[in-house]
Structures are given as C-alpha cells and as structure tokens.
Write a protein that binds this ligand. Structure first.
Ligand SMILES: [Cu+2]
Length: 231
C-alpha cells in the first residue's frame, strides 16, 4: 500500500478495521487452557503448574502448526528432594527439543559434528536409489571428514564425574546424583512424530536426589532454557 492510497482511504473503512480488532480481543479473553496461541501460552507460563504427588510436568515447546513455540513451560520448577520432573513435547508439528544439563562446560555437545574417516572409505546410501549423500570433505594428513549426527545429542546421555559416558534407553528415567558433568534427554519429539530412523523419544523423566539449582537448555534452540530448584 502506498502513502497516496492510504490517504485516499475513506474514513468509513478505518472504522471497520477498529471494530475487527475489538472482536479479536474479546475472543482472546475467553481462551481455554488448551489454546496454543503464543499470547495465551505466555500467560500460562506465569500461572500454570502441573505439579502433584511429587511429579512436576514441564512442556518442552508447544504451540500451533503455524507458530511452534521454542520455550519451556513453565521454565522454573521448584520441587523437593526425591521428586521428579517429567519433560514432554506437546507441539502440534514434528519440532524436537532437548533438555540438556551441561554442568561442566567442556561437555558442550552440538547435534552435528565432523568426524575423521580414512580417505579410501567409500560411503554408500543404505537405501538404494535414495536421494541422499553424506557431507564428506578433505581433512588433515590425507584423511577425510564426514559430518554426522551426534549420538550424545540425539540419545539420552550421561557423562559422570570421571568422564564415563552412558547412553540411556529412549524415554529415560534418570536419577540425578548432582555429581554429573552432562545429562541430556536426547531429542524429544511430539508423541508419534519422531522421524523414521531416529530414536522414538517423547519424554524425559528426572528424579533429583540432591538439593540445588539445576539449569538446563535445549541444544536445538539454545535460547530455550529453564531451571529446577530442588529444596
Ligand atoms: Cu528446542
């Protein structure tokens, strides 16, 4: 729209626009708790807690098909020693999230990483005639590099105080001792929406056995973060 067409707008039309805005607002006031619009979700984050019988539910993501949300709801949980937090993904489309506790910064993990392979290694798609080829590029000393998904991001993974790495089954139920360097949920998908070939993870349950503040974030959307305060 140009400035001249704006100026030419009859005053009656501007009045109609105002009326439409007013109707929109009145619908929002009557929104239900299942409403996935961002404005409603932000309000829920402040007042909505699903916490009973020692289990605190945290939504990793949410939102509608056209506006998936990259936030934890609520992003602050307060529980008692020995209680659980269950993280799950209620998004309407297949958008994954992780719940990642990086207590020792040297254990930071990205979801893709370069790996060294011999330059004679040939890589062929496992699916004949698939429209797929991995990223391979020259590395140092005559090697090649392949870019691959990082299992320590995709799968539930724990690195303990000695550096020992343990992979947990999908939908893991893990008890945090408070001495870990790294605890990760793996990629949590909305139930039934994990892509073929990836671990079908739709939740992560953590029992906290020691008082403290536990900060976490999402590896896929690093601006998503939250904490669990255990008293
Ligand atoms: Cu995320």
């Amino acid at each position: 729209m140009t400035a001249s067409s704006l100026a030419a707008q009859p005053t009656g039309q501007a009045g109609e626009n105002k009326q439409q805005q007013g109707q929109g607002n009145s619908i929002m006031q009557g929104a239900s708790q299942n409403d996935e619009r961002p404005s409603v979700q932000y309000q829920l984050n402040k007042k909505y807690h699903d916490y009973k019988d020692g289990v605190f539910m945290v939504r990793a993501g949410g939102g509608s098909k056209v506006s998936p949300l990259t936030l934890f709801f609520p992003n602050h949980a307060e529980i008692k020693v020995g209680e659980k937090v269950v993280f799950y993904n209620p998004t309407k489309v297949g958008e994954p999230h992780t719940v990642t506790f990086t207590i020792d910064n040297s254990t930071f993990a990205d979801f893709v990483a370069p790996f060294i392979i011999g330059n004679k290694t040939s890589i062929t798609s496992a699916v004949p005639n698939a429209n797929a080829e991995p990223i391979v590029m020259p590395g140092q000393n005559g090697t090649n590099l392949i870019i691959a998904l990082n299992i320590r991001s995709m799968m539930p993974t724990v690195i303990d105080s000695t550096g020992k790495v343990t992979y947990l089954p999908p939908n893991a139920n893990y008890t945090f001792t408070g001495t870990e360097k790294y605890v990760n949920s793996g990629w949590i998908w909305p139930k039934g929406q994990s892509p073929q070939g990836l671990p079908p993870i739709d939740s992560f349950t953590v029992t906290f056995s020691k008082a403290g503040t536990y900060n976490y974030y999402c590896q896929v959307h690093p601006w998503m973060d939250g904490d669990v305060v255990v008293k």
